[in-house]
Design a protein around this ligand. Structure first.
Ligand code: B1M
Length: 220
């Protein structure tokens, strides 16, 4: 099988949620020398985008979305150690979580992996994280950054609720706030008073580094 054929077959297998085949093709790709990034960006992510498009058109329903998501998550498990390989000293600590009311975590987990790969220590609080839980985790771990992910237009307002909770707890100036997720825009991030936003995982790494650098300069 050529690289193009493998990537195309992986795309199809993810689209229909054929988990055993996704695992097989991901492993096969790695053996054949396809890079983790190629598997991710040229096959797995575009496939989930198509799942979303079909859901919007009414061609797919929640069960189809769920099995595709699970298949993608399995591939991510295989790719995780390869994408997060790092020997460098931690360059910062980040507490991450998907906001209350939202169960999507594939995108957040990918952000975690890329941040770890870039040398960040990541404390992941999981999904459906309440403002109180974020506040407790910031008190406990004293991170440089707290990252909120939201994947639904209905859960994006939790960013503001979380920031209000940080203010109330006297923690807003202690931590940089980053936000992201499929429906989130830079304008929305600015409107809720976040310090940073990125549209994807590699952008999140770049922005996180910039924000830490800016804060170090400001504290000099
Ligand atoms: Co849902 N879902 N879903 N879903 N789902 C979306 C998000 C949707 C866009 C599909 C669509 O209509 N096109 C739509 C939201 C529409 C909207 O509000 N604008 C939607 C909906 C409507 C729903 C339900 C309401 C469906 C229903 O029940 N009727 C329901 C909600 C459940 C809930 O949370 N309360 C629901 C449920 C589910 C499943 C559970 C079945 C499953 C989730 C599985 C899981 O995550 N464990 C699922 C899936 C798989 C999807 C789609 C198809 C794929 C999501 C994904 O993993 N994408 C999605 C369609 C789509 O996104 N095109 C969809 C791949 C991932 C790599 O990209 O998530 O964008 P993404 O993450 C990116 C960036 O957002 C960014 O970096 C990531 C990596 O590059 N990023 C950050 C993320 N966090 C960041 C944080 C940062 C910075 C960047 O800083 C801190």
């Amino acid at each position: 099988m050529t690289k193009e054929e493998l990537l195309a077959e992986l795309y199809e297998a993810t689209l229909v949620g054929n988990q055993p085949r996704v695992i097989e093709l991901t492993n096969q790709g790695l053996v054949d020398g396809v890079t983790p990034e190629e598997l991710l960006f040229d096959s797995l992510i575009p496939s989930l985008e198509e799942v979303g498009a079909r859901f919007e058109r009414g061609d797919f329903f929640v069960p189809e979305m769920l099995i595709a998501g699970k298949a993608m998550a399995k591939a991510l498990e295989i790719l995780r150690p390869l994408l997060a390989e790092t020997g460098v000293e931690p360059i910062g600590k980040i507490v991450m979580g998907t906001v209350k009311g939202d169960v999507h975590d594939i995108g957040k987990n990918l952000v975690d992996i890329m941040l770890e790969g870039a040398g960040f220590e990541v404390i992941d609080l999981g999904v459906q994280v309440s403002p109180e839980k974020f506040v407790d985790a910031i008190r406990e771990h004293k991170p440089d950054i707290v990252g909120f992910s939201a994947f639904l237009t209905t859960t994006m307002p939790m960013f503001k609720a979380n920031i209000n909770a940080l203010e109330k707890a006297g923690l807003r100036n202690e931590v940089i706030v980053m936000v992201g997720g499929a429906p989130v825009t830079l304008e929305y991030a600015n409107a809720v008073g976040a310090d940073g936003y990125a549209s994807d995982a590699s952008g999140a790494v770049v922005r996180a580094k910039e924000l830490i650098h800016q804060r170090a300069l400001a504290r000099r």
